[in-house]
Every structure is written in C-alpha cells, then in structure tokens.
Design a protein around this ligand. Sequence first.
Ligand code: SF4
Length: 717
Amino acid sequence: MGLFDVVFHGSDEMYEKARIAVRETIEKLGEDAPVAFGGTAYSLACIKAYTGVEVNNLAELREALAPIRAMMTRNYRTADVFHSGIATVMAAEVIEACKYAVNPHPYGDSDNPNENKYHGHMVDAEVRELGVPLVTRDIPGFVVLIDEAPTDELAVSLIKGYQSRGIFVFLLGGIIDQAMRMGLKMGFPVRVVPVGPDIIAVSHIISLVVRAAFIFGNIQPNDYVNMNRYTMDRIFAFVNAFSPVSDMTVACGAGAIAMGFPVITNETKDMNWRVPKSLVINTNVEQWIDCSLECRGIKLKITKMDVPIACSSAFEGEIIRKADMRLEADGSRKDCLELVRTLDVHDIEDHRITLVGKDIDEFDVGEKICMATVVEVGGVKMQPDFEPVMERKIHTFINCLEGIMHTGQRDLIRIRVSKAAYSAGFRLKHFGELLYAKIKNEYDAVVDKCQVTIYTDPEKVHELRVEANKIYDARDARVSKLTDESVDVFYTCILCQSFSPSHVCIITPERLGLCGAVSWMDAKATNQLDPNGPCQVVTKEKVVDESIGIWEDVNEAVSKYSHGALEQVSLYSIMTDPMTSCGCFECICGIEPFSNGVVIVNREHTGLTPLGMTFSELASQTGGGVQTPGFMGHGRHFIPSKKFMKAEGGLARIVWMPKALKESVAEKLNANAKELYGIENFADMIADETVVEGDPDALVAYLTEKGHPALEMEPMM
Ligand code: SF4
C-alpha cells in the first residue's frame, strides 16, 4: 500500500469510529444532550477552526460529521492527503467529545489534572498560560511523542532531552506507561503532559494549537488557509512517532504536516512519500532531538555553566516536597535574602564565586538554613535602575534548575534543594555559577564583570538583611513616586507580536504590560540593554487629552509598531480606543450594564462572573491584537492604579472581582480609593464569588447595600 492509501485508510478508520461513537452516545443520552470539553470558549476547537461549525449538543455533533467527511477527498494529490489528515483529527475530536458527553471527566479529577494518568482536554487558561513563555522563547517549541519507544530508557532520555532544552512535551499512548515505569515527573508545571492513551487524544493537542491561533492570532473560524499559515509560521511544533505507526496515526501525521509540523519516525513500512523536512524517516531514535529541531528550524540559545544538574524553563514549575528535600532556605522563618548591587568595575573580580559559611553537606537533612545571595555587577553602562530587574530574574534563573524550587524575592524567598540534586553533586557554589553565567549572558550589554557571594553564616546573613532592607526601601520609595506625569517617555512592548502580529503594549509607570511581567522600569531596562529590541521609547510631547491618556506621539508609535493595524489608543479608557489585548493578559475586565460598573476576573479563577461568563468566555471577546470597546485585558497590578479606567471615572467602577484577586490588590486599592474619592475600605464594597456568582440582580442588591459609588456614576454606554 502506498502512503496516500495509508492516510486515506487511517482517515476512514477514524471516521468510522467517530460515526459509531456519535450513534452510540445518542442512543445512551439522547440527541439533545450537551457536548462540551469545559473550560473553553471555543466549543470543539478543531471542528470550529476548520469547518466554522459550533457544536453544543449531540445532534449538532452528528451534523458536524458531514463537513468532516466532505474534507476526506480522494484524488491522490497532496492537498487531498492534507485535507484528509486534518479531517482525521476532527473525527478524533468527535470521539473525544462523545467521551466527555458521557462523563465530563473521563480522565479523572478535573481539579487536579496533573495528578491523573492522562490529562485529556486542556482548558483555555492553560493555553493562555503558554503565551508569555512562547513569546520570550522560554518554550522554543512543542513535541508530540506518539506510542512506545524501543526501550523505557530511550523513552525517558528523549523526553528529558527535550525537557532540558525547554521544549514542551506532549505524550500519547504507550510512552506514557514507559515514563511512569521510569518514575518520571509529569504534568503541565514540568511541561511534560501525558495527554491520552492513544492517537485519538491527539485532538486535544491540536485543539490547544488552534485555540492559540484564535486567542493570540485573531484567526477566524473556517479560515483553513490562514489557520495553517499561522500554525506553520508561529507555532514551533513537531511530531516524533515510534514504529509500528498505525494508519490512523499516519493520517493524523498528514494533518500535522499540513499545519507545518514535521513528522520524524523510525517507521519504514509503506513510507514511499518523502517530504524534505516534513516527513523524515530516521531509524536512529537517538538522533531524533537534533534532527527534529533542525527540521522545525528551532535554534536554541545555550548558556554554558558549570552546574551538575539540568537547567531549563521546563523545570520552572517543579515542586519539591518536604520528604524529597535536602535543605531549605525559608525567608519566613530564617534570615534570607537576594540582592543585586552595582560596584565599581575595579572592585569586582569577574567570575569570583564565594561561599561564606557552611555548605549543604554540613547541614542536617531537611534543615532550614539562613542564606543570602549577593550578586555584584559592574560595567560602564550599568545603572542602579537595572538592579531590581536583574534581581527579580534570580527567581526564574534558579527555578529552572532541575531539583531546585524557588519562590519569592528579596528577603521573602524560599529555596528548596532536593535530595536528588544534592546526590547529583549540587552544592551552594553552583547557585553562584548559575547566576554568573545567566547574568553575563542576558545582560552582557551592561554587565562587564560579575561576582557572586553566597552566605550561610547566620550572623552575617542577619547583618546583610538589615542592610538589604534599607536598599529595598529606598528603591520602593523611588518607584512609588513614579507616575505617568513624572516621566518624559513611555515604552512599547511588542514581544507578543510573534503570536499577535498587530499587538502593541504601551508601558507607563502606572500601567504595566497586560501580561503583568513588564513594568515601566523593566521596559526601560530592556530598551537600554537591547536598543533595537521589543521595548522602544515613546515620547509624550504632543498631548491631545492627558486626562484620558491620548497623545499624538503615542498614536504614532502604536500605528508604527502595529504596522498600521491600529491608529489610535486611549491609555486610560475601556470604551474609547482601548489598548489592544494579545491573549496572555493576567486579568480581563468587562462592563456590567446593570450596575454601571465593570467586573474583573483573573485567569486562575474558573467560576462564573456576574456577566454569566467565565474568564475563558470573557477573554474570548478580545485578544489577537484588536481593540474591543467594553473589554480590556490587563495586568493584575493595573487594577489599583489611579489610571485604571480614568476616562470612565476610575477604579470606583469596579463592582466585582474574585476574592483572592481582590485580597491581593486590596491594600493599594483602598489607599487610592481613599485618596481619589474619600472612600474608606473600598475593597469591601466590591462583590466577590462568596456573595455573588452569575447573578446580576444579586450583584446590584449587594452594591446597593454597600452604597457602591458606581451606582451613582454617569452611564458608560
Ligand atoms: S508587555 Fe505586552 S507585549 Fe510585552 S510580553 Fe507582556 S503582554 Fe506581551
């Protein structure tokens, strides 16, 4: 049989399974029974993407079979193979949808998907979570590993090989059991996701991909050409399929190639059709990593460092449990701190790593220790403003080490070193080696010399903590004085353009980037470190209306950096030319007409808002670099800003937020509400899910009882 026939046969097989699954599910539940994966605003995303059809119940799912079948054309041309491949993935989605119709959690507890053997469907929040690491290239690509590797050892070495290069790994079929037998940690936080037991679950991975195109690229449903162009240009994915490869897998592989994702396999049977860099037969599995990265054009930036454990963004979400811990530096119980400070370049001995106090070997197992990490940098272009930017990166740098967990910053850090890392030879000097290498690599434009000292001597650490707190306080005092009026320039951030080609964030002191990761100070540092990079200076000399955030020069910058897609932006308005959203925003805000206010919901909150929509559903109203009056993606720390919706009356418009979000911003929110409106304890007037969920009447009743100011404000619409 030729490869085209294998694809067609695999498509037929998947389609037949889908048809039977629909028939049997209707027999069981009736045709009106709802069909949904949950946690997504994009229906059955693969079907929506490639046919434009929205499926809500089993009758509609049965109808969706017709356009899927129609795509399975049989003209022995490449286009037919590609169409048939994509239709195969849609048929797989039909089968998975039937599973979810019968049992909303077919793969186990949906609250803890990372504890289940199979993850199954990935919610919109997980897709959005990938936004920032994808644009910063912390995740340079995705691999889908299908079926069983020749040996368990090879399976794990391949997975870990990808993981240590930052590649996000999806697993399907037998390789999941191999990874489990070898005790490999899996789950979304460590970027190795066991998706499902067989090739049918591949639809969940393609669903994630097409939702990324909807969310970040503003690609519309039923736009086959632009969808595949987007996935090819912007999603760096590829497939590794182990022999023997089933016909259904080959058919799905054809779909993957149509989307721009190369397939590398050791299957030789019937492989009489070669597409250079798209379908690659390589019987030496040990070469697959290099071969795959080359085929997909992924170039990795390697930082050389003398550390005995792996270092990759894939380990950022790793949790080290108490029982696995060799020792812990816990800033809430012991003196701990991290500090970056600038010294005269002549006072620094480049690459000097010093330990003052005991090393790991000398502490008891599980002991809580005092620890200070002091990084001293110098260079002609180094400025004290860069110190906090570098200091915040210490968290990311250390957290990327395999077997090390890091949380917090300044003197409220927690570092856990696992027994496994210790057994691999990790000692405290390696923190110094890591920080030296990372800082010299990332900040080479301003750091000429760097030395690192790790202190574990309690007395010395205590002394340093007192000194460091004075430095932190001085920095805070300086930053808190920064307002949009007090600076001469704003900055762009266009990092997200790799996924949202027309999106531009304008970063001001009082409005950070909507991902929450880029403050004005960060943008300033980024601009000075990389003058041609994503953060460009935006002057603010030509004022149009400063009170609602309109400047001619800001508009010119937005037009220039959005490549003409956007002409005008009002930085402080949600209704008139609001800033665009790319997709990776921390929170979304939408107007609530009954209360004359706005609700805000953060990505982590999965429940309903009083608008009757979840975060995912609200977030689907905006994104992809387009302006959507009435909806606005933004960073968490923008909420208490005096510039938040200033054009519409400011933060007094906020009527509902999830409790956890409200608590995290309450202090500054209350202070600014007091200053702006003379209101005491404003956070208490804002409803949350403990008093109101999806009911606007209950919301208005709560606000009336509290005397919330939004009820008396001018109508927004
Ligand atoms: S600041 Fe804006 S453009 Fe930059 S990474 Fe964040 S969301 Fe993307």
